[in-house]
Every structure is written in structure tokens, then in C-alpha cells.
Design a protein around this ligand. Structure first.
Ligand code: GAL
Ligand code: CA
Length: 366
């Protein structure tokens, strides 16, 4: 009998070790450590880096409430290449990531990524680069944190219209038409499409006639914008009355190009983001305005949502304004330069030169 008992307990012990952690898939609540994998489209985009810092800060700030050591955020640099990012996501899923926070390189790949995540039952928080609605509706464990691109375009347009109305000298050639250059972000990005469209529509709605001299993409990058504007200055020179840029970094690149020119030209320039270098430029009167794209808030919300999902907490329990249970929207804010610093002296003297020249010309023809 004793023997049998020993034998039985041996069986029981072996059975229980079979059903232990390694043999059975752990459920979320049993897991002690949650891995949140964060995918950035590239790691040298100023705005995205500010957003990433906010994710890191939020993760640290909440350690006490969230349980230090029970979760971690790991970051991946997609190097602006679709294939690289897809492989990173694939690997993260297979190594057991609990949540994916994705700043997608190529919006067209959302379906593929969603399918992979859904199969492994890993929720996704997309941010900053918005998959199309049809893709977002593919699964109920998809979220998006971002802002409405239309709003930023409209605010840019308002900044320009205000400036035009307050500064008649902006119309350098006096033809009543605003000649502008549009600097675009990456093609296919919702912010590129919407800011480009709605900024110009808003200017027109304000009753201002416009003429597009050129529209070029600088892929959100300062250096690319610098080189494009260097070329365009050679072509259009003083005919350019406005540079409207889909983001601040390209606006600053345009300013770099203008500053390097021998001849002093002042071209009113407007951006989007409200990043710190842009605010500095704005204070010096180098930009006429920008639209604040709250990176801190976005980072915070990405971190919060990801954490809730990792811990199996219903995000809606803390976030009231989750539209359709999916979208967390943040508002843009308009930042206009202070009126008195807007017009640098160089511009004034330039205008005096031009009007003096006009008088000479008209007296010649008399
Ligand atoms: C935009 C932002 C740009 C750039 C881009 C990256 O919202 O204005 O500066 O960071 O996102 O996706
Ligand atoms: Ca004009």
C-alpha cells in the first residue's frame, strides 16, 4: 500500500510539473512581466524623438502605481524602411511581446501587420502615422493616438491669412496674389495630405488669391528642405512671398537656405509642431507661426494605453474620450508670432529698396 501511495504521489508531482509555467501558455494575468514593444518609423526625426522621450518619462513616472519591474518598454528603429519594421514586429510577436505600439513606416502595410498581431492576439496602439479607417476596423484590439491633420492645415491657413491682412508688404510684387512654395512631408502620410490641402483652402476661404510657385517634398527633414529651397531661391528669388511647410523642421531648413544667401531676403515662413527650435526661431521673428503638435501628450497616451492593454485593464475605464473605443484624439494649438517681432529690419529695408526702385521705373516710363 505504502508503495502504491509513493507511486501515486510521484505521478501527481510529475503531472503538476507538466502543467507548470513552461508547459502551458500563460494568460496575461499570470505573467509577471509585460513587454511593450515600441516601433518608431525612424529614430532621427526630431518630433518623434520628443514623443519617445514622453513615453519613457511616463513609464518612469508611474513606476510606483504601475508596479516597478512588472513592465518594460523596448524601442525599435525602423530606419524608415518598411521591410525592416515588419521584421522587427514579426520578431517581437514571436518573442512574446504583450503589446505593440507602432509608428508605422508605410501605412499601406497596416493590414499585414494587423493580421500578424491578430493571429497572435497582441493588441496594437498605432500613433502619429494613421492607418486608414478600413484597416483600423479590422479588429477590436486596435487603437490610435493622434491629432486631426485637417485641424493643423486650417490653423496654418489662419496664421497666413492673419499675417497677410496685417502686413500688406507681404505682397512683394503688389499683384494682390500670394505667391507661395509648399514644402511637403513624406507622400502618403496623412499629415502631408491634409495639411497641404487644408492650409491652402483656408487661405482661399479668407478671400486671398494664391499662386503656387512650387510644391516639393523634403520628407520632414531639415537638410532636404535646405537643399530644395536653395534651388528654388535660385529659380524664383524675390518672387517667393511665403513658404508654407508641413512641419517645423523643413521650415527651419528653408530658413537655413535663405540665411545662407548673400542677398537679404525675408520670406514669411510657417510650420507645424511647435518643437523647441521652432519656438526659438519664432521668438526671433524667423517664423510667422507654427501649430503646436503636443508630443508630450501623445507619448503619455501611447504609454498609458499600452500599459492598460498589457495588464488587461479596459482602456475605456480611464480614458473617457476614446472615440469608437479606438481613437484617442488630441487638439492642435495655433501659435502666432508676436506681432512686434515679426518683421525683421532687413525686410523693411528691402521693401523700401523695392518701392524706391518702382518709383524710378515709373518715372522712367513717364
Ligand atoms: C508629423 C510631424 C512631423 C513628423 C511626422 C512623422 O505629425 O509633424 O514633424 O514627425 O509626423 O511621422
Ligand atoms: Ca504677390
Amino acid at each position: 500500500m505504502k508503495r502504491i501511495l509513493i507511486f501515486l504521489s510521484f505521478i501527481l508531482i510529475s503531472l503538476s510539473s507538466c502543467t507548470g509555467k513552461s508547459a502551458v501558455v500563460e494568460t496575461k494575468s499570470e505573467k509577471e512581466h509585460m513587454d511593450i514593444a515600441v516601433f518608431l518609423y525612424r529614430n532621427d526625426d526630431h518630433f518623434i524623438n520628443t514623443l519617445k522621450e514622453a513615453i519613457e518619462e511616463t513609464a518612469v513616472k508611474n513606476e510606483k502605481d504601475w508596479g516597478k519591474g512588472t513592465y518594460s518598454f523596448t524601442y525599435f528603429n525602423g530606419k524608415n524602411q518598411n521591410e525592416i519594421q515588419i521584421n522587427q514586429i514579426k520578431e517581437a510577436i514571436s518573442s512574446g511581446a504583450d503589446v505593440l505600439a507602432i509608428n508605422i513606416v508605410e501605412r499601406g502595410s497596416a493590414k499585414k501587420i494587423i493580421d500578424m498581431a491578430k493571429e497572435a492576439d497582441v493588441p496594437i496602439v498605432f500613433f502619429n502615422r494613421q492607418p486608414i479607417d478600413v484597416d483600423m476596423a479590422r479588429w477590436d484590439k486596435l487603437y490610435y493616438v493622434g491629432l486631426d491633420g485637417i485641424q493643423s492645415g486650417e490653423m496654418q491657413g489662419e496664421i497666413v491669412a492673419d499675417y497677410w491682412n496685417e502686413h500688406p508688404e507681404m505682397d512683394k510684387n503688389g499683384d494682390g496674389i500670394l505667391q507661395y512654395i509648399m514644402l511637403q512631408g513624406q507622400y502618403n502620410h496623412q499629415d502631408t495630405i491634409l495639411r497641404t490641402k487644408y492650409s491652402i483652402e483656408t487661405i482661399k476661404k479668407a478671400g486671398i488669391a494664391v499662386e503656387e510657385l512650387a510644391k516639393e517634398t523634403a520628407n520632414w527633414q531639415r537638410l532636404e528642405a535646405d537643399s530644395i529651397i536653395t534651388t528654388l531661391l535660385g529659380v524664383y528669388g524675390d518672387r517667393i512671398e511665403l513658404i508654407i511647410s508641413n512641419n517645423d523642421m523643413m521650415a527651419l531648413g528653408a530658413k537655413d537656405a535663405i540665411a545662407r544667401r548673400d542677398k537679404e531676403v525675408y520670406i514669411p515662413t510657417v510650420g507645424v509642431d511647435g518643437t523647441s527650435p521652432a519656438i526659438e526661431a519664432l521668438e526671433k521673428g524667423e517664423l510667422i507661426g507654427t501649430v503646436f503638435n503636443d508630443a508630450k501628450k501623445q507619448g503619455e497616451m501611447v504609454a498609458r494605453l499600452s500599459y492598460y492593454l498589457a495588464k488587461g485593464i479596459d482602456p475605456a475605464s480611464d480614458l473617457e474620450n476614446l472615440e469608437s473605443g479606438t481613437y484617442y484624439w488630441i487638439d492642435y494649438e495655433k501659435i502666432e508670432a508676436k506681432k512686434e517681432v515679426v518683421l525683421p529690419v532687413t525686410q523693411k529695408s528691402k521693401i523700401e529698396d523695392v518701392s524706391a526702385q518702382n518709383i524710378e521705373e515709373s518715372s522712367e516710363t513717364d
